[in-house]
Design a protein around this ligand. Structure first.
Ligand code: GDP
Length: 432
């Protein structure tokens, strides 16, 4: 969701403008010079387009102490924004402080919309044209208090927002791409045969989709899936042609081409180094992951005991993977595969609205702040979800975070928003 930051000197009416944009009267905080106000995100909507508005404290360059902190907050808001609303007081005109702010905005290279607030009547509106001198283009005269001019401003905001990214709903229709991978003899072809019924019983084409010749379309759980690089699974490659090196390249290629990977393990044997390598290929690729323990029919109480221990030890780093115990031979739990794939893909494409994300994060860091290191504790100022498939987050902070604290944030993020079956990526951007 795109972010619009509202920046300006204290008392120019930023909060009133934010309330006007989000269309409700709440949390009107006066712009009292020197009073710290955190960057508060709100969800807004105009003409069917959703975006986040971030209110900032009054921006005063070179101000001391608390005011400096507010300025820093505003700068952070600008860094994280897609569009900046720079608010000036139309009754006052541009001041030295406004001009200094313009310099900071120029450096940010963000699209800036100049808002001339408090243009309550025609004569003030006329005077607002003098604000062209700031060099930010056409000023938008607005009366945040009375609503005058706010429709035009909202249109301008929409015009400046980046194109809506092609996410879930814009995804090309067609089967989801699945890689079925695992070391030799874990039962890949046996499982594949379960779905297609027989070796060649696959649909060859679905209207409007292109399928790589080495892929096949198979029905799993009443849904058509594109199984990536099944050619290798169908024709049993002779031992001579299937060196481990080429097999591993092929596996990597299939994972890369897929959206979700099913890593098949042989439950009757210990989890091997080769299994681990394949699992790492998936986690490094950022694909969604389902781990299927095949040959479950061979697992007795004794084996179960050791397998549980192996799982604790070997799969500790991927607790988020969806796990299934199935048998390609007896058909046990094979019907659980499609729901697991769908669940993993849904997690993979989850997008959390910025406002919601930050409300949650604010509560989290308040309850459990970063431990103090050398007399200082870095703070997380703001977070955005930078992308999906897999979900990627950026944390804007006052300094580098401890690895342990970052893991804590990731664990809590998972607890709050799910992500079962999907990796998530968190990057930290300390403020310079
Ligand atoms: P691939 O190399 O991963 O494609 O493995 P295959 O599908 O060729 O299976 C290897 C061997 O394991 C064959 O002898 C299969 O019959 C056997 N197999 C596959 N799935 C199961 C299962 O669920 N239970 C048991 N007991 N054997 C299985």
């Amino acid at each position: 969701q795109p972010v619009v930051a509202v920046v300006g000197r204290p008392n120019v009416g930023k909060s009133t403008l934010v309330n006007r944009i989000i269309g409700r009267r709440q949390a009107v905080v006066e712009d009292v010079p020197g009073v710290t106000r955190d960057r508060v995100p709100y969800d807004a909507q105009w003409n069917g387009r959703a975006f986040t508005v971030v209110d900032t404290g009054g921006w005063e360059p070179d101000a001391k102490d608390r005011a400096a902190a507010i300025a820093a907050q505003a700068e952070t808001a600008v860094v994280t924004a897609d569009v900046v609303l720079f608010v000036v007081d139309a009754m006052v005109g541009s001041t030295d402080v406004d001009e200094a702010a313009v310099k900071m905005l120029r450096r940010s290279a963000k699209p800036v919309i100049l808002v001339a607030n408090k243009a309550d009547n025609n004569s003030i509106e006329m005077e607002a044209t003098s604000l062209w001198s700031l060099g930010l283009g056409e000023p938008f005269p607005v009366s945040a208090l009375h609503g005058r001019g706010s429709g035009d401003l909202l249109d301008a905001i929409l015009g400046a927002l980046p194109e809506a990214p092609a996410i879930v709903e814009n995804r090309p229709r067609g089967p989801r791409r699945v890689a079925l991978v695992g070391r030799p003899n874990v039962g890949k072809s046996s499982l594949l045969n379960r779905f297609s019924g027989e070796e060649r019983a696959v649909v060859d084409s679905v209207a409007g989709t292109t399928v790589d010749p080495v892929d096949s379309l198979v029905e799993i759980g009443g849904q058509t899936w594109q199984l990536v690089d099944t050619a290798g699974l169908r024709k049993r490659v002779g031992k001579a042609s299937g060196t481990e090196y080429y097999a591993s390249l092929r596996t990597a290629g299939a994972i890369e081409a897929a959206e979700v990977a099913v890593v098949l393990l042989d439950s009757s044997e210990p989890i091997s180094e080769q299994d681990q390598r394949i699992l790492s290929m998936v986690t490094e690729s950022g694909r969604a992951l389902v781990i299927a323990f095949n040959k479950w029919d061979l697992v007795d109480a004794d084996r179960r005991y050791y397998l549980d221990k192996e799982i604790d030890r070997e799969l500790r780093r991927i607790p988020w993977a969806i796990r299934l115990n199935l048998s390609a031979m007896t058909g046990r739990a094979v019907d659980k595969l499609a729901p697991a794939l769908n669940k993993a893909l849904a997690s993979w494409e989850t997008r959390v609205p910025t406002a919601h994300l930050n409300q949650w994060l604010t509560a989290l860091v308040q309850a459990t702040p970063h431990p103090v290191r050398g007399g200082r504790a870095p703070r997380i100022l703001f977070a955005t979800q930078a992308g999906v498939a897999p979900p990627r987050f950026v944390l804007f902070t006052t300094g580098p975070l401890d690895a342990g604290y970052q893991r804590f944030v990731e664990r809590k993020l998972r607890e709050e928003f799910g992500y079962e079956g999907s990796p998530i990526e968190i990057s930290v951007r300390p403020r310079k």
